[in-house]
Design a protein around this ligand. Sequence first.
Ligand SMILES: *Cc1c(COP(=O)(O)O)cnc(C)c1O
Length: 232
Amino acid sequence: MSRADDVRAGLGRVRDRIDRAAAEAGRDPAAVTTVVVTKFFPESDLRILADLGVRHVGENRHQEAVEKVAACADLPLTWHFIGGLQSNKAAAVASYAHVVESVDRAKLVRGLQRGAHEHGRTLEVLLQVSLDPPDADGRAGADPSELEALATQVEEAGSLQLRGLMAVAPLGEDPTAAFARLRRIREEFVASRPGATTLSAGMSGDLETAVRAGATHVRVGSAILGPRPGDK
Ligand SMILES: *Cc1c(COP(=O)(O)O)cnc(C)c1O
């Protein structure tokens, strides 16, 4: 099989999984968008994906992302930045990303706003909420108690549009429990912000659980593209 055949098959399998999970949850499968996570994969894969009709792709490192966005400028792709972001890179990311999913602190909001404004762009923003216990090591994402203040800050930034929430299931915990917490956090969040209905959750290993918990976007890499180059 050619690489394109492999990728087409991977996309088909993931779409089937989403469709089945949505049906079981009584949700419209069309309400779930796949963001194909292309980190570590080459430009040629992005061309194959675009050819197969994929429009949403995700990258998690600034240097890699900026190079791929430039190389793929002719493709009709929407770029999601999904990784941990240093504040000093935020303005640069705002020059090419369409959606930044990993906004978890005030300093990032300021940097993204500055960069978006400088480039005359509008950025969609998701707040990354942590589902880890407050004292967990390497915790990424804002504490749920910080979301309201961050959301207000994004809403007041003229070049940013608040779209919703993003989360990653904690390692070593049953994602069902984690995504049940996420569902409640999201319900409360959306109650006061009816325009912020996006929920980005679920990866190759747990996308069904995320769809059942209401995810509108799943971020899927290896189940579509195979093991990442360099992954052990
Ligand atoms: C890499 C990554 C993914 C995709 O992971 P897979 O297990 O390959 O599907 C999703 N979300 C984030 C934040 C990632 O960094």
